[in-house]
Design a protein around this ligand. Structure first.
Ligand code: SF4
Ligand code: SF4
Length: 199
């Protein structure tokens, strides 16, 4: 994942240290308001080091599949017979070459593989994934009950209601949260859905 700047306005004191260190004029102050031009940022990290309030950080880093596998292997002794590698996202199948290489490496190391996906996968990618993936976690948005009843290969279904816990991250990355204003479902709504899935 490309490194990106994150800015938490709740921690910012407006001291201006970041602006004095940034070579790209990403930080500006107008009428006491701190503006961050994320589009101009190169994620060099200079402002992060200068910030006394930890309001800034660099999130994400680039790595190839071999580097990821080296990290996975460090915890090998904890996986036991049931643990292993779970690839989630975002949607991991949007990076099929990377994903297939990572899963192939896991196969070579005899590590159990799990893939969390929305299932919207091109046929040729799915065909390549099948022999490399021990377990699919399918995030299916609708008609889940019907799907679970008609497919015997589905071993377990669970309702995970929408929640807005990640909304702050979008703001901190300077992105628009497309689901703003959508309320988390009430507990009774979740119970209603569960009664359909497990009557
Ligand atoms: S990470 Fe570098 S380019 Fe980006 S805002 Fe900070 S100092 Fe400027
Ligand atoms: S250095 Fe940190 S606390 Fe100071 S203005 Fe910049 S982000 Fe805010």
């Amino acid at each position: 994942m490309q490194p990106q700047l994150r800015y938490n306005s709740r921690l910012c004191t407006g001291c201006g240290q970041c602006a004095s260190q940034c070579p790209r004029q990403v930080h500006s102050f107008l009428d006491g308001m701190h503006k961050v031009d994320f589009t101009a940022c190169s994620a060099c990290g200079a402002c992060v080091d200068a910030c006394p309030s930890r309001a800034l950080k660099i999130t994400g880093y680039e790595a190839d599949p071999r580097q990821i596998m080296d990290v996975v292997l460090k915890d090998r002794r904890y996986y036991g017979t049931e643990g292993g590698l779970t690839v989630s996202g975002g949607e991991p199948t949007l990076q099929p070459d990377f994903l297939l290489e990572l899963l192939s490496l896991a196969r070579q190391e005899q590590i159990h593989t799990c893939l969390e996906t929305n299932g919207y996968i091109p046929a040729h990618v799915l065909e390549a994934l099948l022999p490399l993936t021990d377990l699919f976690l399918l995030d299916y948005i609708s008609q889940a009950a019907a799907l679970a009843k008609t497919h015997s290969c589905i071993c377990k279904t669970e309702i995970m209601p929408y929640h807005s816990l990640g909304a702050d991250k979008w703001e901190e990355l300077g992105l628009t949260y497309a689901l703003a204003g959508i309320a988390d479902p009430a507990p009774e709504q979740k119970r209603c859905w569960e009664s359909i899935l497990h009557p």
